[in-house]
Write a protein that binds this ligand. Sequence first.
Ligand code: GDP
Length: 137
Amino acid sequence: MEKTLSIIKPDAVKKGVIGQILTRFENNGLRIAATKKIQLSQKEAEEFYAIHKERPFFKDLVEFMVSGPVVVSVLEGENAVLKNRELMGATNPKEAAPGTIRADFAENIDANAVHGSDSLENAKIEIEFFFSKTEIL
Ligand code: GDP
């Protein structure tokens, strides 16, 4: 069993598709071990995406992530990291496979509906960033 971190980004929260996205996880063998709606601060968004600090899109990415509430969740299941990435689809929704979350709900590469950990190692770090052990059940 693996755990991974999912973020439903501000565009998808504004659209009112939190339930539809969480349902996709549950329908595909990913159990919701923790979930909460939060407003990221500038500092938190910068820290979370620190790996992209030198990228040209960093400023836009942080600005977008603080533009409204997000829903962070811990998903648990077999191959949870990879399974979540498959359900999400490609980073650029124009390249995302039909039926994926990004193909169905994302507008563009900035407002791309969801984040998902890209490795088991990052999943652990990202889960600890948002949740204490007692919140994961
Ligand atoms: P992800 O793991 O699929 O979310 O993609 P990355 O970790 O590579 O990038 C993090 C986030 O930065 C993506 O989800 C996009 O919102 C944004 N991003 C990545 N690449 C680009 C880019 O080339 N241009 C812009 N504007 N945003 C990008």
